[in-house]
Design a protein around this ligand. Structure first.
Ligand SMILES: *Cc1c(COP(=O)(O)O)cnc(C)c1O
Length: 434
């Protein structure tokens, strides 16, 4: 399969380039030349398939021309080493728990698939692949865990000193081996600027065989469509779910659109955001106005210029009417989010993280206007990852900490401190990557 840039259909590349380059040089986003549709051989039996069989069918539709079947099955099964169960809080009010992976956030699905696909695409090369990633929290941990011990790869994570939570920092800095953490004296934007600069210096990027792992990479989106199909399959026959997606860069919602395109019957999507509401505002007014993000308690969704907007828009032929016919936007304040966290616990004995709470608020608003419908709200992270907010709303210790998070507390942090300027970073790269 060939891939093209959303900015220029004539710019065509193969799978290896689309995945390893991540971004076309014209700053568009890569899209497959044809969007796959699964046939009756799949939809005739989809309710009886396992998570792994669904994952393989979807991955095969996208990558089957370029990756042999046996290898693709191995990549899918290595990705899906944990389940994504559905919890029903009330009739028609379902929660899809996507946080049972190693870093307790849905980003594990995309990162694990990407790591395995990249390792396959660079097989047999004698140069090590270096993955550079700037993180404000969850992404770096998922990418580090996914690439840890993958032969032929190393990961360099840049994170802003003092601006990620204690547990998040341990997820970035305690793995060792092929994972290196750089603690930058600056903000997340400074980290991102260093990564961008390294890619723009073509000579540096090529000599060091650099690649990126951010959420615009197509190989992170495709595996996220697996769980839309896997969850819809568990509802009673004939029920078309409304998917509620707590969103920031909109990779997760784009993956849902890919699942719909594959043929999954989906009634509607709800893009649920915090006060960073540029997409709900676009759906309301038809005008897309990116702006600087504001800080909220659902901080993984603090995005002012969502990187997948262009891709979503392309999927609707850049038509506002088609977009809003399929997706509704809803946004909520921190105060509303805090109330929802308390309410989920009081009414259902269920603990939602601040991101999932934003989604659940949207689901409740939808149910009030559409009685009898079925919503599936994506639970994007485990509540134990956000102890400050959860302790404040539910009381200290109310959320049980899973063991894989608890053991991090005793691990040793290993990170190299660097200023936020380009030259020291370039020199560090040159000294450590050959
Ligand atoms: C990354 C993240 C999101 C936002 O997902 P997008 O695909 O960027 O829209 C939501 N919740 C959590 C917990 C996240 O880590």
């Amino acid at each position: 399969m060939k891939y093209h840039s959303t900015n220029n259909p004539a710019h065509q590349v193969d799978l290896k380039e689309a995945i390893l380059r991540s971004l076309p040089p014209d700053n568009g986003l890569y899209m497959p030349n044809t969007l796959p549709v699964l046939g009756v051989d799949f939809w005739g039996k989809w309710r009886d398939l396992s998570f792994s069989e669904i994952g393989f069918a979807v991955a095969d539709a996208f990558f089957g021309e370029d990756v042999p079947e046996e290898k693709l099955r191995e990549i899918v099964d290595g990705t899906l080493a944990f389940d994504a169960p559905i919890i029903t809080l009330a009739p028609g009010d379902h929660i899809l728990e996507l946080f049972h992976g190693p870093t307790l956030a849905f980003k594990d699905f995309g990162a694990r698939f990407m790591a395995r696909l990249m390792a396959y695409l660079t097989r047999g090369e004698n140069r090590e692949l270096t993955v550079l990633v700037a993180t404000s929290g969850d992404t770096g941990g998922a990418v580090a865990s996914a690439f840890h011990k993958v032969p032929g790869t190393r990961v360099i994570i840049l994170y802003p000193k003092g601006k990620v939570s204690g547990l998040q920092e341990k997820q970035l800095t305690a793995l060792g081996g092929n994972i290196t953490a750089l603690e930058i004296e600056g903000t997340f934007d400074d980290c991102q600027a260093l990564v961008k600069k390294a890619f723009l210096e073509r000579e540096v990027a090529e000599r060091m065989n650099l690649t990126s792992a951010n959420s615009i990479n197509l190989s992170r989106l495709v595996p996220q469509s697996f769980y839309y199909i896997h969850s819809a399959r568990q509802l009673a026959d004939g029920i078309e779910p409304v998917f509620v997606v707590p969103s920031g860069n909109f990779g997760n919602l784009t993956a849902g659109l890919l699942a719909k395109q594959l043929g999954l019957p989906i009634r509607h999507f709800i893009a649920a955001t915090n006060r960073n509401d540029v997409v709900p505002a676009y759906l309301e007014t038809g005008t897309y106005t990116p702006r600087p993000s504001v800080a909220t308690i659902s901080n993984a969704m603090d995005v002012g210029a969502p990187s997948n907007f262009v891709r979503m828009s392309a999927l609707f032929g850049n038509s506002w009417d088609k977009f809003r016919g399929c997706v509704s936007g809803m946004s909520f304040t921190d105060e509303e989010t805090r109330v929802a966290i308390r309410e989920a616990k009081a009414l259902h004995g269920y603990e939602v993280c601040p991101h999932t709470a934003v989604g659940w608020l949207a689901a409740k608003r939808w149910h009030a206007a559409h009685p009898g419908s079925s919503t599936i709200t994506l639970a994007t992270a485990h509540p134990a990852k956000f102890p400050d907010v959860m302790d404040a709303e539910l009381g200290v210790g109310a959320v049980e900490i899973p063991e894989r998070l608890a053991i991090l507390a005793d691990k040793e942090k290993v990170a190299t401190n660097l200023p936020k300027d380009w030259e020291p970073f370039r020199d560090w790269l040159a000294a450590h990557i050959t």
